[in-house]
Design a protein around this ligand. Structure first.
Ligand code: UD1
Ligand code: CA
Length: 411
């Protein structure tokens, strides 16, 4: 098996997004686009991942500072995708293996598709292998040009297409596998002879074909895997597709999602078997939900929420940075923030933790089997020992519970 490295192109300025944030940091279902692309590269066995950064490089590196397996490559001026790859030349000049190239703005690419690309490349002993996709609306994408025998001749960018070429629906999703030596030879030849005056990686591919090297294609990968995010509209389209994938996987793992179109679940969320997610539930950030829970409708779960087992959260219940043990119930209009709630605690309608005192956030601990009546305000910092009964409408501070002495009941 040939040794393989990956190059992720992520230096572009993303003017069409109209954004100050580097494009690859824009989030799709809660994670930056680049995070998905890196994950996919890791799944196809690469020795190293080079990420080319430029526009907002410091921000990108900062956001991924905990990622140990990436070599950051600086592209000071964004002169085009061919130029971006050439920025890696110093690292790869003596490398005889394969180079996989993907774009940081293509979060929907799947490892299985890259594996197919690799298999086809190796089976055909090709110099380069690309993917193609058939799109109903190919606007903005590079078009695949074929000759009368359907052999691929090259790729023409949208802005350089003739009217006849604009009608071509077969496009370049922009992931490729190259014989590294052939790639760099071809990149040297690329000139910015196009409308945008950029050095195009697609021209390197056309050059490889023109010099008689064998180029293979994995044709018609799924259209969604061709989505490159250049605009906010494409960002939301990519998010929608990612939501479907996330929810599909959860459902396969035994989670019931009553209405997937009206449910939003973060890519980082984990949900246990036989948990039911009712409509209009929004799960954002790192959230862990155990088995047998019932969530929503209209629940809002934020980062740091851990629900153990058989937890019931109903309408307009918000939880953040809190652990709710087995059997906790908060069926209506509650806010539970920065808390540890023990087993089988009942939290009545409209009860909340008052976790912020205007200066800092404080924790609430509720012991097992407590009963919190409706409309109670638990003023943090607060520790309620097990079995307490808090009457409806109470404002409960640590002072007020301490003054109860040994009585387990504050009614
Ligand atoms: C590119 C392809 C096009 C393909 C489309 C798929 C080229 C010339 N065109 O077009 O054929 O259909 O992707 O989505 O490759 N980048 C850099 N440095 C640069 C320029 C770009 O790192 O100097 C990065 C961008 O951050 C981006 C990726 O390369 O992640 C692709 O660049 P982009 O400008 O988005 O290319 P497209 O016009 O979408
Ligand atoms: Ca793009």
């Amino acid at each position: 098996m040939a040794e393989r490295v990956a190059i992720v192109l992520a230096a572009g300025e993303s003017s069409r997004m109209n954004t100050l944030l580097p494009k690859v940091l824009h989030e799709v279902s809660g994670r930056p686009m680049l995070a998905y692309v890196l994950d996919t590269c890791r799944q196809v066995d690469v020795a190293r991942i080079y990420v080319v950064v430029g526009f907002g490089a410091e921000q990108v590196k900062e956001r991924f500072s905990d990622v140990p397996d990436v070599v950051w490559v600086q592209q000071d001026q964004q002169l085009g995708t061919a130029h971006a790859v050439l920025c890696c030349r110093e690292y790869l000049k003596d490398f005889g293996g394969q180079t996989l190239i993907v774009c940081g703005d293509g979060p929907l690419i799947r490892a299985q598709t890259l594996r197919t690309l690799i298999e086809k490349h190796e089976a055909g002993q090709s110099a380069a292998t690309l993917a193609t996709a058939l799109l109903d609306d190919p606007t903005g994408y590079g078009r695949i040009i074929r000759d009368a025998y359907a052999n691929i001749q090259g790729i023409v960018e949208h802005s350089d297409c003739t009217p006849a070429q604009l009608a071509i629906r077969e496009v370049n999703p922009s992931y490729y596998l190259f014989n590294t030596r052939v790639l760099f030879e071809a990149l040297e030849q690329v000139r910015p002879d196009n409308v945008k005056r950029e050095y195009y990686l697609t021209d390197a591919l056309s050059g490889i074909i023109a010099t008689g090297h064998k180029v293979t294609a994995v044709t018609a990968v799924s259209p969604e895997e061709a989505v490159g995010v250049n605009s906010r509209a494409q960002l939301s389209a990519a998010s929608k597709i990612m939501q479907r994938r996330i929810q599909q996987e959860l459902m396969e793992n035994g989670v019931t999602i009553v209405d997937p179109d009206n449910t939003w679940i973060d890519a980082r969320a984990q949900i246990g078997q036989d948990t039911v997610i009712e409509p209009f539930t929004y799960i954002h950030g790192e959230v862990r939900i155990g088995p047998g829970c019932r969530i929503g409708p209209f629940a809002y779960l934020r980062s740091g929420t851990v629900l153990e087992k058989d937890v019931v959260l109903g309408v307009f219940t918000e939880v953040k940075n809190a652990t709710l043990a087995d059997g906790v119930r908060a069926r209506h209009h509650s806010f539970i923030g920065d808390a540890s709630v023990g087993r089988n605690v009942n939290i009545g309608a409209g009860s909340i933790t008052a976790n912020f005192d205007g200066e800092k956030v404080n924790r609430t601990t509720v012991g097992d089997n407590c009963y919190i009546g409706s409309g109670a305000v638990l003023v943090a910092p607060l520790v309620l020992k097990a079995g307490l009964h808090i009457g409806a409408g109470k404002v409960v501070s640590q002072e007020s519970v301490n003054s109860l002495g040994s009585s387990p009941d504050t009614d």
